[in-house]
Design a protein around this ligand. Structure first.
Ligand SMILES: [Zn+2]
Ligand SMILES: [Zn+2]
Length: 262
């Protein structure tokens, strides 16, 4: 099972426009981040951020293999890529009929909000409504479930994917309630919110990396990756040292283009 991090920034990419802080002027390619999403086994895309087109192009991903898109929540930085994904060629027959639509799976409130914010019908996708906590079989021995998380007043989820090994992806949240934590269970990797390092510059609706280290020690994940790396954090190299010294070897910082095999 392969996980490819397509993007790992918070709501705005790094470097930020017009900024000359130590992250934004860094020469380390790992400090250049687009909005967050992951691709599992070349076919399951978790979130469709604004930068999806560029991420797929830069990382030379064969986008015709994408069969499913799953959405954690309907903030613009997680859904605006749907617009470009609605026009993937090679998915049409010789007479220009669509061979097979990409499955778009999310709880109803997220589908509705995505439709409203994008201002298009989403008819390019085969929509499947997910019920929170329910396991949805998606073929090829894979299943997904949407586990509610607190993210300000926005409906949001962490997505547990078994394909066939279990992983948990929750790029944005302030808190995970005990009822949801229990449902994460044993996972190979958990990918969690790293939008600020400490309470300094902590964005509303988000946990800090410091808090994430405590959470990571609590849940049963073999490895924890932080994504959704914000501007009030640090250079990649310093963040890696920070999480390893505070949390131990199982903690890492994701970066754009990182591939993880489990
Ligand atoms: Zn900066
Ligand atoms: Zn959000």
């Amino acid at each position: 099972m392969e996980i490819l991090f397509l993007g790992t920034s918070a709501g705005w990419p790094l470097p930020r426009l017009g900024c000359s802080c130590n992250i934004c002027v860094s020469s380390d390619p790992k400090d250049k981040r687009f909005r967050p999403s992951i691709l599992i086994n070349s076919s399951l895309l978790l979130d469709a951020p604004i930068d999806t087109y560029q991420e797929l192009k830069n990382l030379k991903v064969d986008c015709t293999k994408i069969t499913h898109i799953l959405l954690t929540h309907a903030h613009v930085d997680h859904i605006f890529g749907l617009y470009d994904l609605s026009h993937i060629y090679n998915r049409v027959t010789a007479d220009y009929r669509l061979k097979e639509k990409i499955n778009l799976i999310a709880p109803l409130g997220i589908i509705q909000a995505a439709r409203r914010l994008l201002g298009v019908s989403l008819q390019a996708f085969k929509i499947k409504e997910a019920k929170p906590f329910d396991k949805i079989e998606i073929g090829n021995d894979a299943s997904v479930s949407f586990i509610p998380v607190e993210h300000g007043s926005t409906e949001a989820y962490g997505i547990k994917v078994k394909a066939p090994k279990p992983i948990f992806y929750a790029p944005e949240f302030r808190r995970i309630l005990p009822s949801s934590k229990k449902q994460i269970g044993d996972v190979e990797i958990a990918v969690i919110d790293g939008s600020s390092k400490t309470g300094y510059g902590q964005a509303k609706g988000h946990e800090t990396i410091e808090e994430g280290i405590r959470l990571g020690k609590e849940i049963r994940a073999k490895k924890i990756f932080f994504t959704n790396i914000g501007h009030k954090t640090d250079k990649h190299e310093n963040l890696v040292n920070f999480v390893k010294s505070q949390g131990g070897e199982k903690f890492s910082i994701a970066f754009d283009g990182l591939e993880v095999k489990v």
